[in-house]
Every structure is written in C-alpha cells, then in structure tokens.
Design a protein around this ligand. Structure first.
Ligand code: ZN
Length: 199
C-alpha cells in the first residue's frame, strides 16, 4: 500500500481500432518513467506469440497469460505501479472486482478491450468498468465499407458463438451505418451464460 490513489483507465473500441497499441504506448511511457509495469492477457488469445501483448502492427510488450481474472491478483507484485490488461472482454465479470482491488491498493490499472460484441451489444465486463473508471478512451477504426470512423466489429463468418478468435479474415471494422447485425440480434442480452465462453 502507498499514499497514491490508484486508478482505472479503460481503452475500448472495435477490433482494429488500436486498443492494444494505445495500451502498449501507456505501459512503455510508465516503464520509461521507471515505474514497475506488469501486463496480462487471457490465455484464450493465441494470436501471434504466446508471451507478449502483440498489436496488429506487431509492436509488443512482455506479458503474463492468465486463465481467469483472479489469477492477475496472485501474480501482481507489491512494488508494481502499473498493471496493463489486454483483451479484457475474455476475462468476464470477475475482472471488475480485480481492477477495483488493484486500484484500491494504489495501482494504476490500464484495461483494453472490446466494448461491443459481434451483435453490437455491450460486451461485459467493459460496460461496468467504464462506469467505475477514472478515465475512458474510445478508439475508432476505419469502416472497411465507406471509410468513416468505425466503432463496430462486423463478423464475416456465420457463427452465433459470442467468442470466435481471429483477425482480418473473420472480422472487419464498420461504422454504425454499414454495420449489419446478424439475424436475430437485438439489444437483449445473450441467451445464456454458457455462450460466454463458447469457442
Ligand atoms: Zn461505413
């Protein structure tokens, strides 16, 4: 514990909007300022390399993979000042309490994740983290149809699972006007908790 108040910063947006790049930029700056930094991401995300947070433009930073949000608490060292968490949408609602706990310990918690799922619905736990955060950054991609700023992720394959890991061949960013939600998608929440971890 120390006397500095901790904080939660959320970086969110669609895929290809530069969330990981922005997370890496902030962690790098903290590191240059000689603050102890630790980064985490869920084990589900196997794109590219196993032990780094890698953005789509291949800039990277070392990180620890975790199975659950709670694993982060046991891995964070007492002298760590800044905790980065990427792909937060895969860590579930448990992440909310973890971020609160770390921030209450005086740490700066920087969380990056998708704020909407492929249906265009809020993607937990990002909505809850937005409410609790000291700082919010919405990153925008470029709509692949019309070139406007894009905040939705269009799934290009037919699947009704909420989580399908992939990049350019499976998803593309779209603006509000060009986004086509899948059939049956509405603003109701997902059908059952079981769909959360499918895939
Ligand atoms: Zn568009």
């Amino acid at each position: 514990m120390d006397h500095e108040p901790g904080s939660i910063e959320v970086i969110c947006g669609s895929m290809f909007s530069g969330k990981s790049e922005e997370l890496i930029r902030r962690l790098r700056r903290a590191s240059i300022a000689r603050q102890q930094v630790q980064a985490f991401k869920p084990e589900i995300d196997d794109r590219y390399s196993p032990d780094d947070i890698v953005s789509h433009d291949a800039r990277k930073i070392e990180c620890t993979k975790v199975k659950t949000a709670r694993d982060i608490l046991s891995c964070v060292r007492p002298n760590t000042k800044v905790v980065g968490i990427d792909e937060a949408q895969f860590l579930g609602d448990g992440l909310i309490e973890v971020c609160e706990t770390l921030a209450n310990q005086g740490k700066r918690v920087v969380v990056a994740g998708l704020d909407q799922d492929y249906r265009g619905n809020p993607f937990e736990p990002i909505p809850q983290l937005l409410a609790l955060a000291e700082s919010i950054t919405k990153t925008m991609a470029v709509c692949m149809v019309c070139g406007a700023p894009a905040n939705r992720t269009q799934r290009l394959t037919a699947s009704d699972q909420r989580i399908v890991v992939g990049a350019g061949e499976v998803y593309e960013p779209r603006c509000r006007k060009c986004f086509r939600p899948p059939k049956g998608a509405g603003l109701e929440t997902c059908k059952s908790p079981g769909t959360e971890n499918a895939g």
